[in-house]
Design a protein around this ligand. Structure first.
Ligand code: NIG
Ligand code: FE
Length: 419
């Protein structure tokens, strides 16, 4: 099956084959072709270039009867879909009651300390059947697809018992199997200490290492393992132990670190070869030094800073230090109830002072890297999956984050199929 997108005003986000991430000043540019076409074959980008006289319009006339689908981009932008490398979109219900507490002045930590927060979501999830959980999650999956996300990492972490963590991961597997979205599964058993283990944190860590991880590995349910390494949650020593256990099963880490305090999570993540270290609202020079020369992608979640009213990560400082930066939504019921990557891109510019080009690269190729799919996603490159956004006519790339609530997405393709 062949599809030709023609009449493209600007084809944006072109990268050479083999570019898996962009760092430092490499993030300042986006390669574009104006007045372009793009050919998709079997769900993959097969060709693209500048339209010329012998161009698509003519071929369209001569090939009218052949098995080629033509899509008129009507002068809009065509760009790679967003990659959202950090989400928690499998959860039951929501936490709109805590939203009121938050407005009244309670902090994220105070809500959690009162038994709310993650434990509240775990109680709800326990009461919810696997089918119902899948149904609720698919509403969010379809919502983010419509907003231009083509790949997402999804974490467990609202189970906090062996059976409920497995339940979540099976739901993620079912999403992988049934949705056109590219999905990676992340086992986050160490998101909080389960209620039954209150006051017995080290025994809960035993449970994660000795019972959860072996079952997760045995059923092949996780691409990654994660730990919330932060004040009031898991220590560096506990994180070290969980990641060392995961390594025995060959599971790569991604880490929650430095959201609430400078936690040491970045350093322990880098030590274990983490693919990404995420949040980083609070960091110092030591974190930048720890990341230098590593394969770990610093990932920031501006939707969480926005919603909780906490500082934004110092993305600019990281880029100036020559490091790469990825941005992701953190879509979850407690700290970022939105999976709108375009808003994330806008916050990258408006609140983190990234240029539109830097923010675009952080939400596409670098976030693809942070979930291990940048060989097949995150740019316009021959051979990559045709996960694309077609916009209405817009004046520039900067318009995307600038006019951030204007509904500019005209259509979305996943694997070359119009959604
Ligand atoms: O990434 N920080 C830890 N986990 C999530 C929040 C989870 C929740 O509050 O439900 C986050 O922000
Ligand atoms: Fe998170």
């Amino acid at each position: 099956m062949k599809t030709i997108i023609y009449n493209i005003g600007t084809l944006a986000g072109i990268l050479p084959e083999g570019t898996l991430k962009l760092e430092g000043s490499q993030m300042n540019q986006i390669k574009c072709i104006d007045n372009a076409y793009l050919v998709i074959e079997d769900g993959v980008i097969a060709d693209f270039g500048a339209a010329n006289n012998d161009s698509v319009d003519q071929r369209r006339a001569t090939n009218a009867t052949t098995d080629v689908e033509y899509i008129d981009a009507e002068g809009g932008f065509v760009m790679p879909s967003f990659c959202d490398s950090h989400t928690h979109i499998v959860y039951a219900g929501c936490r709109d009651g805590e939203f009121r507490d938050k407005i009244a002045g309670l902090s994220y930590e105070e809500i959690a300390a009162r038994g709310g927060g993650i434990l509240n979501s775990a109680d709800l999830l326990h009461e919810t059947s696997e089918d119902e959980l899948y149904r609720q999650a698919m509403v969010r999956v379809n919502e983010i697809i419509a907003m231009g996300t083509g790949a997402a990492e999804i974490k467990s972490g609202y189970g906090l018992t062996v059976e409920d963590e497995l339940k979540m991961l099976r739901v993620i597997r079912r999403i992988k199997e049934t949705s056109p979205l590219t999905v990676k599964a992340n086992f986050l058993g160490a998101h909080a200490v389960g209620r039954a283990y209150k006051g017995r944190q080290s025994e809960y860590v035993d449970l994660v290492c000795n019972e959860m991880l072996p079952r997760v590995a045995e059923e092949g349910l996780a691409d990654f393992v994660d730990v919330f390494c932060d004040a009031g949650f898991f220590t560096v020593e506990e994180t070290d132990r969980i990641l060392a256990t995961a390594a025995k099963y060959g599971i790569t880490p991604k880490i929650h670190a430095n959201e609430l305090e400078v936690s040491g999570g970045v350093q322990v993540g880098v030590k274990h070869g983490a693919l990404s270290v995420d949040h980083l609202e609070k960091t110092t020079e030591a974190e930048i030094e720890a990341l230098r020369g590593s394969k770990t992608m610093p990932t920031m979640l501006p939707g969480c800073s926005f919603f909780l009213g906490i500082p934004y990560g110092n993305a600019k400082g990281y880029i100036e230090a020559g490091l790469p930066v990825a941005l992701a939504s953190d879509y979850n019921p407690g700290s970022s109830p939105s999976g709108n990557m375009r808003f994330v891109m806008a916050l990258g510019c408006i609140r983190m002072r990234l240029t539109p080009e830097q923010s675009f690269n952080a939400c596409t190729i670098n976030s693809a890297y942070a979930m291990g799919v940048s060989d097949t996603h995150g740019s316009i490159t021959k051979g990559k999956k045709a996960n694309l956004i077609i916009t209405k006519q817009i004046p520039s790339l900067a318009f995307i984050p600038y006019s951030h609530q204007t509904p500019i997405i005209k259509s979305v393709l996943l694997g070359g199929q119009l959604m």
